[in-house]
Design a protein around this ligand. Sequence first.
Ligand code: GLU
Length: 506
Amino acid sequence: MSTSPDPRTTTASGADVRVRFCPSPTGLPHVGMVRTALYNWAYARHTGGKLVFRIEDTDAARDSEESYRQLVDALTWLKIDWDEGVEVGGPHAPYRQSERKPIYAEVLQKLIDAGVVYESYSNAEEIDARNEAAGRAKQLGYDNYDRDLTDEQKAAFRAEGREPAYRLRVPDGDFTYVDLIRGEVTFPAGSFPDFVIVRAGGHALYTFTNPVDDALMGITHVIRGEDLMPSTARQLALYGALIDAGVTDFVPRFGHMPLVLGETGNKKLSKRDPQADLFLQRDKGFIHEGLLNYLALLGWSIGPDRDIFSLEEFTAAFDIADVNPNPARFDQKKAESINGDHIRRIDVADFTERSVAYMTAAGVWSEPTPEQLALFAKATPLVHERVQLLGEVPGMLSFLFTDAVTYEADAMKGLPADAPMVLTACVGALEVVAEADFDAAHIQDALAAALVDELGLKPRVAYGPPRVAITGRRVSPPLFESMELLGKAETLRRLDALANELTQTV
Ligand code: GLU
């Protein structure tokens, strides 16, 4: 006999899609979790369905309010919006499992009344001892001993002061379902014994609360990581019981997304891996469009030879059936390059606005003054096309907001021996440019005439010393524009300052 879901009870096609994102609030938000949220969100948006955001905080020892707040922050920053759930409410509130205990008690009672769940008093030592006496391997675990306890036996246990756990009566037979991503999956009969859904003392376990909430919230598609696939067998068993008890009348469809591997080897990207840390990636300067585009590619593709797409294009094209079951590898370089493409796609005013916080975080200013913001807005067009991460902006533009340029070591090492002479020539050439004409074009003409035409230097050699004088760096925004932004007096002062510094150290 097969206890695979009766087709009668599976989600009717065409029914409104209801998906959910239901993390446990432990630790920092990580990129694997975001991909789960993203695929669920995209599927809801693609189908015109609903995304439910539920918090699975039944483990008081590991869950934290801080982690909950970070999850909400993460989705908010990513602009992954949800239709029902924490913060926004909805018809199935509350959406935090820690607030749903009375609901679990009620469902448990229905399952007991339907005879599909029973009281179990066996403790671990007793189970081990019985297995040993019966010559049964210890790993097989529980032996379904309490299935048919009489009322007298139960009363006797209670009289000893024992409290029951509650176990699901698992039907015999294989459990088969059709995974949305992997096709037909069968868990053979006898893969697991009657399992505990509510511990002695009343603590409801994940294997219970997760499907119960999915059932009560009308979830039609469970889209989650491959690591959760083994728990699907027990959940199918529980669904059978929930249907028998009249709690629900259908089994959702399940789809298990591919693992995300770390950059090297065949190990899963670990939560502790810095690349997995969502906020660290944000701090580096990912914009949400870029990061989501990259994460979308971890198991899905919009078409051959195409990596860059907008979120609208993504939700329009995304179907869970197209997700590739094979593991995907996290590639930081590729993620950053895709982010760079998305940075170039936003307009420069938006780029400027988003970059301000990175300047602040880098300590360029504590609170920018209106003058600083005005100068910053003039400077950002110079680097908009040149960065992959917003976190690169301070390094490129902080020279505009300081009196004391820090010369980077590699920039100093790269200077030619005649750098002081080149700098002096720059000063000579620029001194005669009128204040009112001090713009990139005039600066370029003056420097080219002095350095390239008169001194016969190659541009690559000629512009190295002034670049270091102005920005402190070997690589910088365009030099003439940078000088224009600094103004004539400051430009001359910096050229002199490096010339002096070099002659003093020689
Ligand atoms: N709370 C579970 C987790 O964070 C969710 C499992 C599921 O999506 O069914 O792993």
